[in-house]
Design a protein around this ligand. Structure first.
Ligand SMILES: CC(=O)SCCNC(=O)CCNC(=O)[C@H](O)C(C)(C)COP(=O)(O)OP(=O)(O)OC[C@H]1O[C@@H](n2cnc3c(N)ncnc32)[C@H](O)[C@@H]1OP(=O)(O)O
Length: 404
């Protein structure tokens, strides 16, 4: 059996070496350009090493300290699980399972409500109770097709402006705009100050050259930015950050109006993004790379359900099974005026579901009826799925464009 132990700053080199062995890449030195920025953002006091009986390190798992925005604009602390790897010689022997048990038990013990991660492969994490909770898409637009149906959309509001920032000048502005945005968007994560200081808060997580355009309102206050790069005739937008759809349109227009550019790639947009409907030609935007992004693991069902906000009133009895911890609980969820109460009950359930499916529907990114249709969630009567859809829905789909 393996021994799992927490790491300290002194373990950074062995941690990085082990993780690189797991991913099959030659070790690079933390602090170099590129991946080095990401390595230096690791919180070594929160990471784990798995050691074989002979003391050799064979596995790694890490956690970042983030805040996650829930429906209803509530913000909760979450651990962002990262840097998970087991060296090829020790795979399929339960090393990851041992690390997950150690980590999830510790997170529960700390009183955390949820844990999140981005999965390298979609078959790995459901068994540990994580479910895919947000998705993201790529939108590619040919510039010559990109006229907006309403040509006035896309110009900044009267008195507003779009200005190109030198990256060195952008730090505080971007951090502030991002922070305001992420508090309004379910599924968005905080970017710790240390990430911004390292330059890691500006995607990609590297010091590669990027251009940044900032949008300001009529009073000169920044309320959105676009980070992008140019390669030949392709302009790639890493992210447009704003809580305002009109500002998004203005920044998208700015990207689309670049001379010498043939196509503009918006790397991360939520499903059904309004931008697609701005174009006079609906087919101007080609959507691809529709993929899962943030996975959510509910650690405390009643606290998770009462932490988020709700749009509709209603009642639902959920029978939630957590096979990884061998737990099952029946919960009466009652929503009134946007707030929920959740208490144990012995009433007949409306729905029976696995904790990973609760993770998938929790942020509003997947309708419970979809998972009933997929045979994941069991509806105990004909109205149950519709009732759950009405309760869990959110005004906007959750979205996370943070890579970690
Ligand atoms: C949040 C992140 O950091 S994502 C990054 C994840 N890391 C990687 O992708 C790096 C390359 N891969 C690896 O290092 C390893 O294969 C890991 C970490 C994914 C899995 O580690 P292992 O120690 O082999 O997992 P473990 O032995 O505990 O497997 C538990 C179960 O999951 C299954 N499993 C594990 N990995 C996979 C996978 N990639 N695909 C399908 N099933 C998997 C195993 O078959 C096993 O199933 P069983 O209980 O039915 O027998």
């Amino acid at each position: 059996m393996v021994e799992i132990r927490p790491t300290t700053d002194e373990d950074l080199e062995v941690f990085v070496d082990t993780l690189h062995a797991a991913f099959g890449r030659f070790p690079e030195t933390p602090g170099e350009d590129g991946g080095g920025v990401w390595w230096s953002a690791l919180e070594m006091e929160r990471n784990l090493l798995a050691l074989a009986p002979d003391g050799r390190p064979v596995g790694t798992a890490g956690a970042y300290s983030f805040e996650l925005t829930l429906p209803g604009e509530t913000v909760v602390p979450v651990s962002g699980v990262t840097a998970v790897g087991v060296v090829p010689s020790h795979r399929r022997q339960g090393v990851l399972t041992a690390m997950m048990r150690h980590q999830l038990t510790e997170l529960k013990g700390r009183g955390e409500v949820l844990s999140v991660l981005l999965a390298s492969e979609a078959l790995i994490y459901r068994r540990f109770g994580y479910g895919p909770a947000t998705s993201t898409q790529r939108m590619t637009v040919r510039r010559h097709q990109s006229a907006f149906a309403d040509p006035r959309a896309g110009t900044p509001a009267p008195g507003g402006s779009v200005e190109l920032l030198r990256r060195a000048d952008g730090g505080a502005v971007l951090e502030e705009v991002y922070d305001r945005y992420r508090r309004t968007r379910p599924g968005a994560l905080s970017r710790p100050p240390r990430w911004w200081a390292l330059g890691a808060g500006q995607p990609p997580v590297a010091k590669a050259p990027r251009h940044v355009a900032v949008h300001r309102d009529a009073d000169g206050n920044p309320d959105g930015y676009a980070s992008y790069s140019l390669d030949g005739e392709t302009l790639t937008v890493d992210e447009i950050i704003t809580a305002d759809d009109a500002v998004f349109a203005a920044l998208a227009r700015f990207a689309l109006d670049h001379d010498l550019v043939d196509k503009v790639v918006f790397k991360h947009v939520p499903p059904a993004h309004p931008l697609r409907y701005r174009f006079a030609d609906y087919r101007a935007a080609e959507v691809s790379n529709d993929t899962d992004w943030l996975w959510v693991r509910v650690l405390d069902v009643p606290r998770a359900l009462t932490a988020r906000g709700w749009l509709s009133d209603g009642e639902l009895v959920l029978d939630v099974h957590d096979p990884f911890f061998g737990e099952r609980g029946r919960h009466l969820l009652t929503v009134r005026d946007g707030k929920a109460e959740c208490v144990p009950t012995d009433r007949d359930p409306d729905l029976s579901l696995d904790v990973s499916d609760l993770g998938s529907v929790y942020l509003g990114g997947t309708a419970p009826s979809t998972l009933v249709g997929a045979g994941h969630i069991r509806a105990h009567h004909t109205e149950a799925a519709g009732l759950a859809d009405a309760l869990f829905r959110t005004e906007r789909p959750p979205h996370c464009l943070h890579w970690f």
